[in-house]
Design a binder for this molecule. Structure first.
Ligand code: PRX
Length: 647
């Protein structure tokens, strides 16, 4: 091994884990040499109604990208997550729910989960929701979010979960794009003691786009809301008049399971489409091996179900494995900085999966809030969403994990459906900050700007050479956009949009996005989206948005704004613009810094030179590169002089 800091696999992990290093090597070699044989075997973890006879049928040919796995098999994802476990696990806890208020928690068994999901499904079925229909889910982190997702899967309806932090405007765009005729929401959400007006947001979104036949409303806080007597139905009232039985629809492996909107470098968010069979096999397998899940383990993923991490690693992965999955409504620092660790002690959590931004924020609060708790139950820690800096990794390892718990730094994306590059705790030596090695069946490649595949220790752009079962199948309603976004840059390969280094030991180190996507507190944001929100303001003539390094969020949002002629760049207007973006997209898109710029650096053909703007935002004035080709080079001096002070 190289001279990087290395943590060996503890002996007891080598023995007890599903996979040790020898087994990893053997399984990995087989997975790439004989994908059909390997995945046919792995797919046995799922119950099929009609077994498949074909395994992999995929092509990355940019003229005709087509991805199919297990294409003639049939199954139902909800059946796999619930019904098949009932003979053995009816009374076993499926979901531990921990509310925003530490006094609120409850446990839901597999039988109770079955009954609630059937009730939710019946409510939808009685209102003519059928296979293939799209249902938008806009709920807080409450068990009903899982009921709603699985109820859709049971009926073969396609869910589109929208994160509760998105604005009515963003919600409307997502309802409209997939023509949802149903929305499932709650009166209000609560996070860190603050209410989120979910139902009011749904009303505003529907007023804008229409097309929604009915809205199911979960009573959560009991706050006052408007109910439309024709369109809106309370979940508890609907559930009281249906039975707790509802048949599972037989789905083809390639029938859609869900759509999840995510930001790209251009245009509006894309509806990433995942299908049923391959996704479920992949979510289930990665959940078992990456978290080394064994029966009875208490597993907690702190993500929101509004993101892909929540889909694959709160709902589909754990529940298909008959696991106990903890769902947390709140935030890491409410009521105090000890909350995460108190939840670990209260529910005796064994496996904790969270994001670097949460780790960094808690690290700033010092060690006391951690060390005053026990955390003895913890055995494994996980990280996801953005690169974890070695300092945060070490703190997570030494202070949170008491030098006892391996950390799985898992790299993946909404598009990949499940984890692609990650340590396996019984197999992989760890290096702080590295996502280490590929999961089974995953063939990473690092290419240069021209697409040449680079060998050995190197740095470049990360591609994946061939398909894996959890891969997205298309952009909903726009297959060409799918091809253009992922398969055109480096023909014949899936391009991830990430930069990456591979070291002499073959370990992968993700360096962050190389496109116009930024990663703010683990949330993915397209700079183009923030720009179009800014220019929609009447006082803004032009805007350019870039990311800059931020101590806690990883990246912050830096906006250069040119005002309409005659408008004054005041502090008040700056605040107004921040509030405007929050209203247009949601709080996660709030610019951290706005610099008023009389002009933006452009080429003579009018293209904004983002490279220069990024360097200025990073305070890297020495590396602005060649500015002589700019239409007006003096613009740059002005920007540098007026660089906003970092907060
Ligand atoms: O840049 C990578 C970063 O998050 C991007 C994907 O974002 P999203 O689709 O929202 O999914 C996040 C949760 C899977 C990637 O392109 N990313 C995710 N995990 C890691 C990461 N960067 C470095 N290390 C990771 N472990």
């Amino acid at each position: 091994m190289s001279d990087d800091k290395i943590y060996d696999v503890p002996a007891e992990w080598r023995q007890r884990a599903w996979v040790d290093d020898a087994k990893y090597q053997e399984m990995y070699a087989r997975s790439v040499k004989d994908p059909d044989g390997f995945w046919a075997e792995q797919a046995k973890r799922i119950d099929w109604i009609e077994p498949f006879t074909k395994v992999k049928n995929t092509t990355y040919d940019p003229h005709n990208v087509s991805i199919k796995w297990f294409e003639d098999g049939t199954l139902n994802a909800c059946y796999n997550c619930i019904d098949r476990h009932l003979p053995e696990r009816a009374d076993q806890v499926a979901i531990i729910w921990e509310g925003d208020d530490p006094k609120d928690s409850k446990k839901i068994t597999y039988q109770e989960l079955h009954d609630e999901v059937c009730r939710m499904a019946d409510i939808l079925r009685n209102r003519n929701v059928e296979k293939g229909d799209r249902v938008t889910i806009y709920l807080p982190m409450i068990p009903e979010a899982v009921y709603a997702m699985l109820a859709c899967a049971r009926l073969g309806a396609v869910h589109s979960v929208v994160f509760g932090g998105f604005s009515p405007e963003s919600l409307a765009g997502r309802i409209e794009d997939c023509q949802s005729k149903v929305v499932i929401t709650a009166d209000e959400g609560v996070r860190g003691g603050r209410k989120v007006p979910l139902k009011a947001n749904v009303d505003a979104a529907i007023a804008k786009v229409g097309g929604v036949d009915f809205v199911v409303v979960v009573k959560h806080t009991g706050g006052a809301i408007d109910m439309d007597p024709v369109r809106d139905v309370w979940y508890h009232e609907g559930a009281a008049v249906v039975t707790s039985e509802c048949p599972c629809e037989e789905m083809n492996a390639e029938d859609p399971l869900f759509i999840l909107y995510t930001s790209g470098s251009t245009g509006k968010p894309k509806g990433v489409l995942h299908t049923t069979g391959g996704y479920l096999v992949y979510a289930s397998m990665t959940h078992q091996y990456v978290f080394d899940y064994h029966d009875g383990d208490i597993y907690w993923c702190t993500a929101d179900v509004g993101w892909v991490t929540g889909h694959s690693y709160i709902v589909y992965g754990p529940l298909s494995n008959g696991a106990i999955t903890l769902m947390f409504e709140g935030v890491p620092n409410y009521p105090t900085n000890s909350r995460f660790w108190e939840v670990c002690d209260k529910h005796q959590v064994n496996i904790l999966y969270t994001a670097p931004t949460a780790i960094r924020a808690l690290m700033q609060g010092g060690n006391d809030p951690v060390t005053k708790t026990s955390r003895k139950s913890l055995r494994l820690l996980g990280s996801v969403g953005e690169p974890i800096n070695p300092e945060a990794w070490e703190w997570y390892y030494h202070v949170v994990g008491d030098d006892r718990c391996p950390i799985v730094d898992t790299w993946w994306q909404t598009e990949t459906g499940g984890i692609l590059i990650t340590p396996l705790p019984g197999a992989t030596k760890l290096k702080p900050g590295s996502a280490t090695r590929p999961f089974f069946g995953v063939q990473p490649e690092i290419v240069d700007a021209e697409g040449k595949v680079l060998e050995g220790a190197t740095t470049g752009n990360l591609c994946i050479a061939d398909s894996w079962p959890g891969q997205m199948r298309t952009v909903y309603g726009d297959h060409q956009r799918f091809i253009d976004t992922y398969f055109k840059t480096y023909p014949g390969k899936y391009f991830t949009g990430d930069g990456c280094r591979r070291d002499a030991d073959g370990y992968y180190w993700i360096t962050g996005r190389v496109d116009d996507v930024i990663n703010v507190a683990g949330h993915r944001m397209g700079t183009a989206e923030v720009e179009s929100a800014l220019v929609a303001h009447t006082k803004v003539s032009e805007a350019a948005v870039v990311g800059y390094p931020h101590d806690i969020k990883g990246q912050g949002i830096y906006a250069y704004v040119t005002l309409m002629a005659g408008e004054k760049p005041t502090e008040e207007l700056r605040k107004e613009l921040v509030a405007w973006v929050r209203k247009e997209i949601g709080p996660i898109a709030s610019p951290d810094l706005i610099q008023f710029a009389p002009g933006l650096p452009k080429t003579r053909s009018g293209k904004i030179m983002r490279r220069i703007l990024r360097k200025i935002a990073e305070d890297d004035f020495g590396n602005l590169g060649d500015t002589t080709t700019l239409a007006d080079p003096a613009v740059v001096d002005d920007l540098v002089t007026n660089r906003q002070n970092k907060k």
